[in-house]
Each structure stands twice: as structure tokens, then as C-alpha cells.
Design a protein around this ligand. Structure first.
Ligand code: NAD
Length: 239
């Protein structure tokens, strides 16, 4: 199961997992996007809004691989950050993964095998200005992933975070516009001076590069790797 699989990183993960032989449950609030990805990869679409706690009960529980990926961004100074956006971000990016784990872990435990991959972010490890909701949620997801790793280990379940820097997806394209407004500079300068300022590798990462790491975490050689966070951040956190 890949949440937010209708676009960007989620779509790349769903595509890579399907190519490796998985039957993929494509979960997204966007019906057209979920349908077209599911059709392209021979998976099954589930159109749900993960901001609604009850939505999780509409999803299947018999899942072997869970990729918690659905997410959204809002860029504003802390003192002006809209409380409803802050809460929505926590609901989709923290509460929904918690509810999904609660629902799916019993199946993984019964099988004695499971893989949980949480799409965190460099913002699960570092802060940036104007991203209070997102940075808070990603740090929480890193913690949830570690608890899942500790509890899941005796049952053959691993849980890890993949924590990318800026990935070339619609979410980042929208952010470039929002950051341009927040910083009062044009879009090209946002990419070079804001997005990539702390990355040693001066390019955006592609969704397929993130999906390759996710696929590896679900493969046969990573049973001892759990509770970790893999920073696909072009050296951001190394500096
Ligand atoms: P995206 O906007 O391209 O895709 C996100 C998908 O999540 C969309 O299909 C959207 O419809 C879905 N979604 C959003 N809210 C939902 C909800 N309430 N219920 C169900 N589905 C919902 O974004 P992306 O860049 O592919 O981001 C995917 C994940 O990767 C997010 O968690 C994001 O925080 C994380 N991430 C992105 C970047 C980046 O630079 N793009 C970097 C690090 C981490």
C-alpha cells in the first residue's frame, strides 16, 4: 500500500513496487490520479481523504508493505501560520500513518514479516523557516517510525524513514511559488538560493531515485536495517 500514490514520489514508489511484483493498493484523495496510476501499474485504486480518521477503516488491513507517503506543505511565518493548516498537516502526515500502522501491523505480525517505509524529509531532521506544520509533522513521523521499528522487530517487521531533500514533484513546484512570495524573490533564485542552499549536490532529486531506496528497503537484504533514517539529501545534513 502506497499513500499519496497518485503523484510524485508516491507514484514512483507504486510503479517501482509493481515492477518488482507487488500488487499495489494506490491510495489518494485525487480520484483521477489514483485511477490512472492503478491502471498503469495493474494495482487497485482507493480514493480516500486521509485527513478523515474514518477513512483508514475503509482501507484493506492485509498489507505486507506500507509506504506512508501522502503529504502536503504550507509555507508561512510561524506567527501567521493558519491553525487549520497546521492541524490538517498533522492529520494527514502523522495521525493517518499512526492509524494505518494500528490497522495493518497485526497482519504483518501474524505473517512474521512486514516492511514499513515512511517518506519523511530532510525536514524530519532539520528545520527551515516558514514550515512549522511540515517540520513538526516530519519530526513526529521520524519518532513514530522508530517506535514501529522497536515494537516490530520481534515480529519480522522493519520500519525506516527515507528523508529526501528537494524532489522534482508538483509539491515542490507549488512551493517554489510560495517561497518566492514569502522571501520576495523570483522562482529561479528560490531554487538556487533557498532550496539548494544547504545541499552539496546542486540539483533536485528525481522521484525515481527516492523510489529506488524504498524498493531496496523492502527487498531481501535489509532485515537488519530498522529504525533508521536514510537522508537522500545531497549532503545537506552532513555539512
Ligand atoms: P505531491 O504533491 O506530488 O503528491 C502528494 C500526493 O498526496 C498527491 O497525489 C495528493 O493528492 C496526495 N494527498 C495529499 N493529501 C492527501 C489526503 N488528505 N489524503 C490522501 N492523499 C492525499 O507530493 P510529493 O512531492 O510526491 O510528496 C510526497 C511525500 O514526499 C510527502 O510526504 C512529502 O512531504 C515528501 N517529501 C517531498 C519532498 C519534495 O521535495 N517533493 C521532499 C521530501 C519529502
Amino acid at each position: 500500500m502506497v499513500t499519496g500514490a497518485g503523484s510524485g514520489i508516491g507514484r514512483a514508489c507504486a510503479t517501482a513496487l509493481a515492477a518488482a511484483g507487488a500488487h499495489v493498493h494506490v491510495v489518494d484523495v485525487d480520484a483521477a490520479a489514483a485511477g490512472s496510476v492503478a491502471e498503469a501499474i495493474g494495482g487497485r485504486a482507493h480514493v480516500v481523504d486521509l485527513a478523515r480518521a474514518a477513512a483508514v477503516g475503509e482501507l484493506p488491513a492485509g498489507i505486507d508493505i506500507l509506504v506512508n507517503n501522502a503529504g502536503l506543505q504550507h509555507v508561512a511565518p510561524l506567527a501567521e501560520f493558519p491553525p487549520d493548516r497546521f492541524e490538517l498537516i498533522q492529520r494527514v502526515m502523522v495521525h493517518a500513518p499512526f492509524l494505518l500502522l494500528r490497522r495493518i501491523l497485526p497482519h504483518m505480525y501474524a505473517r512474521g514479516w512486514g516492511r514499513v517505509v515512511n517518506i519523511s524529509s530532510v525536514h524530519g531532521l532539520r528545520a527551515s523557516a516558514f514550515k512549522a506544520g511540515y517540520v513538526t509533522a516530519k519530526h513526529a513521523l521520524e519518532g513514530l517510525s522508530k517506535v514501529t521499528a522497536v515494537e516490530g522487530a520481534p515480529h519480522g517487521v522493519t520500519s525506516n524513514c527515507v528523508s529526501p531533500g528537494y524532489v522534482r514533484t508538483p509539491l515542490v513546484e507549488r512551493q517554489i511559488e510560495a517561497q518566492a512570495a514569502a522571501h520576495g524573490i523570483d522562482a529561479d533564485r528560490v531554487v538556487s538560493e533557498v532550496l539548494l542552499s544547504r545541499s552539496a549536490v546542486k540539483r533536485l532529486i528525481e522521484p525515481e531515485e527516492v523510489a529506488a531506496a524504498v524498493l531496496w528497503l523492502c527487498g531481501p537484504h535489509t532485515g537488519y536495517l530498522t529504525g533508521a533514517s536514510i537522508p537522500l539529501d545531497g549532503g545537506w545534513t552532513a555539512a
